[in-house]
Design a protein around this ligand. Sequence first.
Ligand SMILES: *Cc1c(COP(=O)(O)O)cnc(C)c1O
Length: 398
Amino acid sequence: MPGFELFGDAERKEVNDVLDSGVLMRYGFDGMRNGHWKAKELEQAIQSRFDVKHAQLLSSGTAAVSLALAATGIGAGDEVIMPCFTFVASFEAILMLGAIPVVVDIDDTLSLDIHAVQAAITPKTKAIMSVHMCGSMADLDALKHICNTHKLFLIEDACQAIGGTYKGKALGTIGDLGCFSFDFVKTVTCGEGGVVITNKEKFYTRSDQYSDHGHDHHGTDRGAESHPALGYNFRISELNAAVGVAQFKRLDEFLALQKKHYTIIRNELSTIDGVTFRTVPDGGEESYAFLNFFLDDLETARKVSHAFKANGIDVCFHYYDNNWHYIRKWEHLTQQKSLYPLSLEVKQGLAYLKDKSFEKSDHYIGRNMSCLIKLSWTEEETLQRAKTMAALIREATV
Ligand SMILES: *Cc1c(COP(=O)(O)O)cnc(C)c1O
């Protein structure tokens, strides 16, 4: 997955364009910038690659998810349904707006369980946040149907699945708004960065203004612009955008490498009794950023995880015991450990988490191993790794 593995001359050249002019900001300074508009250039490249009308580049993926929600008008006391297996950014993005994360089970797609989503809908529900964890998606047709029936927004967090598709459409372009992260460990990196994409002009305009203190971006005099609504600063710098310009051009090269390495490992593990793979919904194609598989039970998964670590198989995660990606270890959320007082609405809204259990998700995440697919491996290395993994799994499962 990490694009940083292949950071090189192309990235350096784009950054040097910015250093040569000294204009590190994405807006204004037209005369000084030698015609370089890196953030705009990257936005246009994203629009055309994903066949989407609008892209707003931002300082992070977390900002993108929060801003996507804000653009739909979600705020104080509104409920947003999200999965219990994701990155902590999901609930951070919701809480930033004073809204309430309603955390629900996942299934063998490792994404939202459709029945759990349905059961969680209340009159306060405003949106469903579908997180395409580890390169693949939930049953998005079913989620769209639920959203249409209940008049909810569908927000796609595709931060870990750039390049994946569903029924021929790019992940991120299926819901009302989609988000990618370009942080340092994502398939395409800006160092730090993110983007929100949408076909709806209203959501784009709001995103554009909100991410820059409310600036309407009309005319060429920033000081004279008006501020139609309150905003914040989630701007990306030109230096970060420049890295992304070079990296994004290599997306198809990166995706091809991911698929090649993924396939080598998957073929090897497919020969083992007791290894099954995550379900990809009909019509979906993964981005191949990770290979996810299930073992028989929690104990076996823990054994395999330890054996991998002890034998140099890095970047394979057993998320059940991980602090950042699964509800079991999110006690800062469940115990409401905030630096500042949370609103009464949020406090009450989160109270359900104190005794909610996630048995269905425990069943899947407990047995899951999630292996990051690196770009820098050679074919030979990947095959050797696959054989070592297979041998360690066989040893642990006899
Ligand atoms: C990385 C990530 C984010 C947040 O992105 P940042 O750019 O690090 O803020 C959000 N959601 C998921 C699923 C991610 O993996």
